[in-house]
Design a protein around this ligand. Sequence first.
Ligand SMILES: Cc1cc2nc3c(=O)[nH]c(=O)nc-3n(C[C@H](O)[C@H](O)[C@H](O)COP(=O)(O)OP(=O)(O)OC[C@H]3O[C@@H](n4cnc5c(N)ncnc54)[C@H](O)[C@@H]3O)c2cc1C
Length: 379
Amino acid sequence: MNFDLTEELQMLQEAARDFARGQLAPRAAQADAEESWVGEQVKLCAEMGFLGMAIPEAYGGSDLGALGTSLVLMEINKACASTGTTVSVHNSLTSESLVRFGTDEQKQRYLPRLATGEMLGAYALSEAGSGSDAGSLVCKATRDGDDWVLDGTKLWISHGDQADLVVVFARTTPDGGSRGITAFLVETAWDGYKAGKKERKMGLRGSPTVELQLDHVRVPGANVLGEVDQGFKIALALLDGGRIGIASQAVGIAEACLEASVKYAGEREQFGKTLGEFGAIQEKIADMATRVDSARLLTLRAAALKGQGRPYGREASMAKLEASRNANWCAKEAVQIHGGAGYTREFPVERYFRDARVTEIYEGTTEIQKLVIARTYLR
Ligand SMILES: Cc1cc2nc3c(=O)[nH]c(=O)nc-3n(C[C@H](O)[C@H](O)[C@H](O)COP(=O)(O)OP(=O)(O)OC[C@H]3O[C@@H](n4cnc5c(N)ncnc54)[C@H](O)[C@@H]3O)c2cc1C
């Protein structure tokens, strides 16, 4: 594998870095403290073409490819993980669902608006009783003539109160298990769609996570995504790509931890020396840097495979597993290097510590990534 990024990818990375530093980082602490939606930041991402990364140019997208998307997500998340979650879900779980599984008509209808950010996308799989075991979901869809009628409650839906188009997974065959689930393209303006309770979260506080109530939402047959009863395969296929997004997020957070730690270790003095002169701190910095790199390499490998159209599910899970664990480790050490200051909101590492935590939970927990990886060896 060639590890050199092309000149084009390097330029993209630099542009994303400058943008994230200049536009997202200065707003991140406030959005976190006020738990306010990062809508303005998402609009700025749209102006950069970052809401159309998964969409072909023919539909108005920037079509940055899997590697380009991963690099951009690393930079966005280094500055603001709440914005990063929104952009990742919109690209890898909503836009990509249409690109990969949509009909020509569905693509024409939605992709141009998703590409510009005129429509924001979300993804609704989880329910109160079905998280890791998503195949046991109970939200139901009943056929009524050419339409389907959706009833039920979804939980944990990222920006479900801000989105315009949601990929909703619902049960179409009562006893069909994971084979009785269908994916629907649901416009949030339709009657019966309601965003309910907003979770009070540890981190990612600028990214609202809400309950969705679906009360007799009438969905035209033309908005079935893929085949009836085949939605679970779509859900899992999308999560493979989404996991590269979350791995990229974790790399971004870990890198932010490293950068903040290096800066602090060079400035803070104790016993007449900077912290960076102590062997114990050097060891932490070395371990952090190595973990950032190992996570980055696994993530770029998964993205490269995806971009080449080769199988990448196992590699995406490995990247997410390693990157999310490393981000949490780096965040813990970053707080430690900052001492008492790291425990306060005066320094961003406190936010990184809280934001990193969820990367081991959503889009498949650490335990589920291990199941996915082990299964590919033991089968
Ligand atoms: C901030 C946030 C945003 C989210 N956004 C979305 C979203 O946009 N759309 C969406 O659909 N969902 C979303 N989710 C839901 C997320 O994907 C789930 O929380 C996740 O899949 C875990 O499900 P759960 O919370 O029900 O935990 P559970 O499945 O109940 O798991 C609890 C614990 O048991 C472990 N466990 C479960 N099964 C096994 C097993 N077989 N072997 C070993 N250990 C196991 C888990 O690893 C975990 O440690 C979001 C969650 C959060 C916190």
